[in-house]
Design a protein around this ligand. Structure first.
Ligand code: PLP
Length: 388
């Protein structure tokens, strides 16, 4: 009996975490590493959020709160979901959780019976696959590379079985940066309605769209009833370490997600929730617009630099803060390439295989860096590639 639950049999240890650990070890040894492997905003948490945290502590807002979230925060989230995401959200449909991660965990926990299948359009953010397996389901990798309205139903249909329960949709996408257009989402929604599937919509990067618009799939006709939408403050407000996000879903799912949160963390730390309220209420929309402008500039700089090195990124990613170039011309698997770049050029990236069945041949690079860091990283890459 001294064994791990079989639920962990298919659960990997995030390759991204493994790379981050290696980068940290190199840095601790005094090495300079060009860090394109990250997944965090380059800016610090805005002052009104920090001030709200200090105020919450001074006011002793340090006790247990309702495990679903403090009422004023729930109210602010409902306002935001109604106005920005066009979702007919009710306060009872909202749960505050420890980052987007707990929202996704709760969603799969609420949804899946042992052996139930979730279609994952690849490339995808790998923890999603692991969360599905940890909650007893099976992640089914659907190779798409780029999702297009015309072909997506056929691609999804090929992997449909009687056990299929849900589709995971992630827009803007990590790692490709693809932003799903309304037409693309309508095609997926149509498929979900026709086959009676639930959609788990990961909208972690909703505020980082540079061209086009962010559309929440739950806002499309008749979709709210079959959608669990997951959000986080991590990327929009530079709050990755605060660990706060939220999910919205109608019954019966929301009860399952709330119970999952209750019996894992019993809610998010109370002062952090007051700080999150300040993020939604006191940080102006202009702040998000300034961040978008800064990201766009970084994206364009990195894309131009990569193109000059013979690694064009096509088509231009419209959102999130990643590029996912095809590096197959460099020889070897993407894991080999990433390892060589780290060991020989001190350029840290994530191999495409970390993002499911369609990732091989690519590397993920984040441009959530200072312009100067992007410049120096590109120089290191150039020295390595031109070394012959
Ligand atoms: N979803 C995607 C696609 C992500 O990239 C991340 C973070 O990297 C998350 C969800 C979860 O973020 P967090 O748990 O920090 O809110």
């Amino acid at each position: 009996n001294l064994r791990l639950s079989s639920r962990f049999a298919e659960v990997g240890f995030s390759e991204i975490v493994r790379i981050r650990n290696r980068v940290m070890a190199l840095k601790a040894a005094g090495e300079t590493v060009h860090q394109f492997e990250g997944g965090e905003p380059f800016f610090e948490t805005p002052e009104p959020i920090k001030e709200a945290m200090r105020r919450a502590l001074a006011d002793n807002k340090t006790r247990y709160a309702p495990s679903s979230g403090i009422p004023p925060l729930i109210e602010a989230i409902v306002d935001k979901l109604r106005t920005k995401n066009k979702l007919p959200a009710e306060p009872s449909h909202v749960i505050v959780g420890v980052g987007g991660m707990q929202g996704l965990y709760g969603a799969f926990n609420a949804l899946l019976d042992p052996g139930d299948e979730v279609l994952l359009l690849s490339p995808y953010w790998t923890p999603t696959r692991d969360l599905i397996h940890m909650t007893g389901g099976r992640a089914i990798c659907v190779e798409t590379a780029r999702i297009l309205a015309e072909g997506v139903a056929t691609t999804l249909a090929a992997r449909l079985t009687p056990r299929t329960r849900a589709i995971l949709v992630n827009t803007p996408n990590n790692p490709t940066g693809q932003v799903l257009t309304r037409a693309n989402l309508e095609a997926i929604a149509d498929f979900a309605r026709r086959h009676d599937l639930v959609v788990v919509s990961d909208e972690a990067y909703e505020d980082l769209v540079y061209d086009g618009e962010h559309v929440s799939i739950g806002s499309l006709p008749e979709m709210y009833a079959r959608t669990i939408s997951v959000y986080t403050l991590s990327k929009s407000y530079g709050m990755t370490g605060w660990r706060i996000g939220y999910a919205v879903a109608p019954e019966p799912f929301i009860t399952g997600i709330k119970t999952s949160v209750l019996y894992s963390t019993n809610g998010v730390s109370t002062p952090t929730q007051w700080a999150a309220l300040a993020a939604l209420r006191d940080v102006p929309e202009s702040f998000l617009a300034e961040c978008r402008a800064a990201y766009r500039q970084r994206r364009d700089r990195l894309m131009a630099g990569l193109a000059a090195l013979g690694l064009p990124v096509k088509p231009t990613p419209d959102g999130a803060f990643y590029v996912f170039p095809d590096v197959s011309t460099l020889g070897g698997t993407s894991a080999d390439i990433a390892l060589r770049l780290l060991n020989e050029a001190r350029v840290a990236t994530v191999p495409g295989t970390a993002f499911g069945c369609a990732g091989e041949g690519h590397l993920r690079l984040s441009y959530s860096l200072s312009l100067d860091a992007i410049e120096r990283g590109l120089e290191a890459l150039e020295r390595y590639l031109k070394r012959g």
